[in-house]
Structure formats: C-alpha cells, structure tokens
Ligand binder design. Structure first.
Ligand SMILES: [Zn+2]
Length: 143
C-alpha cells in the first residue's frame, strides 16, 4: 500500500459541545487544520497516490461548508431556536458530534466517497486528522 497526505491549514470555524460541563459548551472558534491521508495499491501514471493539483474539489468543499462556519451537534437543544432567530448571523453546519474526534470521523464519511469517485475507486482515505489548534488533535482511522 502507498500513502500520501494533504493538510488544509488555518480554516477558521466555530463549534460548541453543548453537553460539556466547562467552557467547551460556549460557542468558540479555532483555526483548524485537516490532514487527509490517501492510500492506494497502485500509483497513477506519474507514480502518485493522488495528484495534489487534482484535489481542488476537497478545498472547495471545505470552503463551502466549514470556512467561517459554526458547527453544531445535531442533538444540540439550543441550535434550532438560535438559528431560527439569528440564522442570518451563522453559516451553520450540523453534524453528529463537533468534537475533533467526531469531526474527523464525519469528514472521513464525506471525503472518502468523493475521493473514491474521483479516482474510480483506485484511492481511498485511510486516515483523517483534525487539529483544533497546535496542541489538540484527534485522528479517525476506519476499521
Ligand atoms: Zn473547541
């Protein structure tokens, strides 16, 4: 198996963990980084796992969905009322869990099918690392 990785850095977005007992329950932002590791059994004609120049669709998805967004847990009891009244102030993105771990797992579910489709199933996403800052990160490795 061959792998390569691509990191998207300094992506500003906010989140909150509504069930957390501390300050993580407050809406707050980070400049996130997302590192995707791609894998294949056989490289392309250039010897690449993926051509980094062909990954603009991933950057576009991040720009459209995460950049300057506010992430809410889908079970957040406050998000519906908040967005009903102040939705014009938020670019909301709702997912099962906005933790680094939850986001890494969620992004694998988003990006892996996209990468497989773009490469006709030659390449898959084998690891997603999400960093919320220089100290804290989480990794999702599919089984
Ligand atoms: Zn945070």
């Amino acid at each position: 198996m061959l792998t390569c990785s691509k990191t998207y850095r300094d992506i500003p977005f906010a989140h909150r963990q509504h069930w957390h007992g501390g300050h993580c329950s407050l809406i707050h932002g980070h400049n996130w980084a997302i590192t995707l590791t791609f894998a294949c059994q056989k490289s392309d004609a250039n010897g690449f796992v993926v051509d980094f120049g062909d990954l603009k669709y991933l950057n576009a998805w991040i720009a459209q969905n995460l950049d300057h967004a506010c992430l809410f847990n889908e079970s957040d009891p406050e998000s519906e009322a908040l967005l009903a009244q102040f939705g014009h102030l938020f670019k909301a993105y709702i997912l099962p869990n906005t933790s680094c771990e939850g986001l890494a797992q969620h992004l694998h579910g988003v990006f892996n099918p996209m990468v497989r489709a773009q490469t006709e199933d030659r390449v898959w996403v084998t690891k997603v690392e999400v960093e919320e800052d220089s100290k804290n990160s989480a990794t999702y490795l599919p089984d």
